[in-house]
Design a protein around this ligand. Structure first.
Ligand code: PEP
Length: 251
C-alpha cells in the first residue's frame, strides 16, 4: 500500500530550544490528521535527541538530513547511521541537492549511504532533481532517470519498501517558483516507470514519491491531487507548524 507523507526539512535553521518548541507544536497539531498521512520532521543533527523526546507519544516520525558514508571511525565531523538510530531516527534524507551541490555528494556516495542506512534499519528519503540549466536544455527526464537508476538499481525490491523518493527540481527549491502540478506529475510518473522497469509494477505502485520545491499551503492541494504525487518534502514552510500541518491536510 502506498503511503502518503509530508516531511519537513528544517535544513540549518532553528536553535535547539526553537526546534523543540516547533516539534512540540507540530506533534500537538498532528492529532487532527488522517491516519494514512505520515508526518516526518528532519531537524539538524544537534536537535535530534531533544526533538525525539518532544515527539514522544505522537505519530510524528524523526528524520536526519544526512548520514556518513562510513560505519564508524576516524571521520571527524561525521554522524553515523547507528548514532541516528540510537537517538530514535526512523528516516534519513539523502542526496538533497544542497548536499550534491555544496558538499560533493556523488551517486557512488549515495549508494553507500543508502546501503548503510537500510542495514541499520533507517528508511531513506532519496532526493533527485534537475537544475535550471538541465531543465532549460530539456534534459530533466534524462537527469532524473539517471539519478534514480544510479542509486535504486543497486538495491532489491525488498529494500525499496524502505525508500521514499523526493523529486525536487533545484530551480524550485527556496525560490518561490513551484513546478506546476503537470510538470511535477510527468516527472513523478517517469520515476515510477523507472522503478517498474527494474522491480515490477507492484513495487513501483507501492513507492511513495514526494514533490519538493516551494511547496506551501496554497499550492499543495493541486500538487497532491496528481496521481503520482504522494506528498511533499517541505523546506521553508516546514518551519511554521501551521503551514506544515496545512500542507499535510491538503490530500
Ligand atoms: C527542500 O529543500 O527540500 C525544499 C523543498 O525547500 P523549499 O520548500 O523551501 O523550496
Amino acid at each position: 500500500m502506498r503511503k502518503y507523507i509530508v516531511a519537513g526539512n528544517w535544513k540549518m535553521n532553528t536553535t535547539v530550544p526553537e526546534g523543540v518548541a516547533l516539534a512540540k507544536e507540530v506533534a500537538q497539531k498532528a492529532h487532527s490528521l488522517p491516519a494514512n498521512v505520515e508526518l516526518i520532521v528532519a531537524p539538524p543533527f544537534t536537535h535530534l535527541a531533544c526533538v525525539a523526546d518532544a515527539l514522544k507519544g505522537s505519530a510524528v516520525a524523526l528524520s536526519a538530513q544526512n548520514c556518513a558514508d562510513h560505519e564508524k571511525g576516524a571521520y571527524t565531523g561525521e554522524v553515523s547511521v547507528k548514532m541516528l538510530t540510537s537517538v530514535g531516527c526512523q528516516y534519513t534524507i539523502l542526496g538533497h541537492s544542497e548536499r550534491r551541490q555544496y558538499y560533493g555528494e556523488t551517486d557512488e556516495k549515495l549508494v553507500e549511504k543508502t546501503r548503510l542506512a537500510l542495514e541499520a534499519g533507517l528508511k531513506v528519503i532519496l532526493c533527485v532533481g534537475e537544475n535550471l540549466d538541465e531543465r532549460e536544455a530539456g534534459k530533466h527526464f534524462e537527469v532524473v532517470t539517471a539519478q534514480t537508476k544510479a542509486v535504486l538499481y543497486n538495491f532489491t525490491a525488498e529494500d525499496l519498501m524502505h525508500v521514499v523518493i523526493a523529486y525536487e527540481p533545484v530551480w524550485a527549491i527556496g525560490t518561490g517558483k513551484t513546478a506546476t502540478a503537470a510538470q511535477a506529475e510527468e516527472i513523478h510518473a517517469c520515476i515510477r516507470t523507472v522503478v517498474a522497469e527494474k522491480f515490477g509494477k507492484e513495487v513501483a505502485d507501492d513507492m511513495t514519491i514526494l514533490y519538493g520545491g516551494s511547496c506551501k499551503p496554497s499550492n499543495a492541494k493541486e500538487l497532491f491531487a496528481e496521481p503520482d504525487i504522494d506528498g511533499g518534502l517541505i523546506g521553508g514552510a516546514a518551519l511554521k507548524a501551521d503551514d506544515f500541518i496545512a500542507i499535510a491536510t491538503s490530500f
